[in-house]
Ligand binder design. Structure first.
Ligand code: C5P
Length: 299
């Protein structure tokens, strides 16, 4: 179904889900010449997701149901501008976002929205950009964006932009808590800057998990690793009591999501994850499940 905008043929509307992620492992191998850090991480998409609707428009416009969300502060507007520069034609679009993933929470919401914008406008504007070109554009936007073009489970390396899909993880359930605590501006950069050489690891936690997943192994508590656990407690002093609250609610282990401040527990039983969520009051809490590739990608 096509619809004309000016002289341009577009698709009439596209709706995409943009999932959050957790890092099952997140290791920093060292600091790079370009100021970034070399990482090795197993990333996992989860079912907590934003929903983006794209429809034809005279110009580019963005709307979001979350008070305080600003297009100019989001990768979403940069993603759209980047894609527009790939088009030789004058095209516009209205992008409406239903935001469920908390902002600046370590769950990758903005990066996921940006990846959805690349995919959505590629379809709406009938640009037919190849997956490889979309991955290049995604890498220009942010280190986590390329992962969200594929979802599922993946090994990420480099700045995070080199993505190798991994076998689908057996279904797990998560209780995710995103504490309402103040984040410093440029939170991720602040967390990276706080790392010292002693925090660097050679990638063994990640390599072991990749081998384990390749043999259909189950996740164990010791499979998970996050380089930011130490510095997150310095940057977010309130995290310690949030961890305690999750343990008191029935979580056996509590992990930091990305650069935080979200925390999560991981369960093979949905009922147990629900129980943990029920036991947490006063903070935003989300029940989510792990996703296989393509499970939430639909249009
Ligand atoms: O790539 P992105 O814009 O998401 O990164 C935000 C900040 O996090 C960067 O400016 C950089 O300071 C830091 N970073 C890093 N090494 C990475 C990814 C991010 O130092 N691999």
């Amino acid at each position: 179904m096509g619809e004309a905008v000016g002289s341009v043929q577009t698709v009439s509307a596209v709706t995409l889900f943009a999932p959050a992620k957790i890092n099952l492992t997140l290791e920093v191998l060292g600091r790079r010449q370009d100021g970034y850090h070399e990482i090795r991480s197993v990333m996992q998409a989860v079912s907590l997701c934003d929903c983006l609707s794209f429809s034809p428009g005279e110009s580019l416009s963005f709307g979001c149901d979350l008070p305080g969300w600003k297009a100019e502060k989001s990768l979403v507007s940069r993603a759209a501008a980047l894609l527009l520069s790939e088009s030789s034609r004058r095209v516009g679009a209205s992008v409406e976002i239903k935001k469920n993933i908390p902002l600046a929470s370590g769950l990758g919401g903005d990066a996921s929205d940006a990846a959805a914008v690349l995919r959505g406008l590629n379809v709406l504007w009938r640009l037919n950009l190849a997956p490889g070109r979309l991955r290049e554009l995604a890498a220009q936007l942010g280190s986590d964006v390329p992962f969200f073009l594929g979802s599922g489970t993946a090994l990420t390396q480099g700045r995070g932009e080199k993505v190798i899909p991994l076998p689908v993880l057996a279904k797990h359930w998560l209780a995710i808590m995103t504490p309402k605590i103040t984040r410093p501006p440029e939170k991720t950069a602040v967390l990276y800057a706080r790392l010292s050489v002693a925090d660097y690891t050679p990638g063994g936690h990640t390599d072991a998990l990749v081998v384990h997943l390749g043999h259909d192994g189950d996740l164990t508590a010791d499979s998970l690793y996050n380089v930011f656990e130490r510095v997150a407690d310095d940057v977010f002093p309130e995290l310690a009591s949030c961890r305690q609250a999750m343990l008191a609610a029935g979580a056996e282990r509590v992990y930091l999501a990305g650069a935080g401040p979200s925390l999560f527990s991981l369960h093979t039983s949905r009922a147990v994850a629900e129980e943990v969520c029920r036991g947490l009051v006063g903070q935003p809490v989300f029940l989510a499940e792990t996703l296989g590739s393509g499970e939430l990608g639909g249009e």
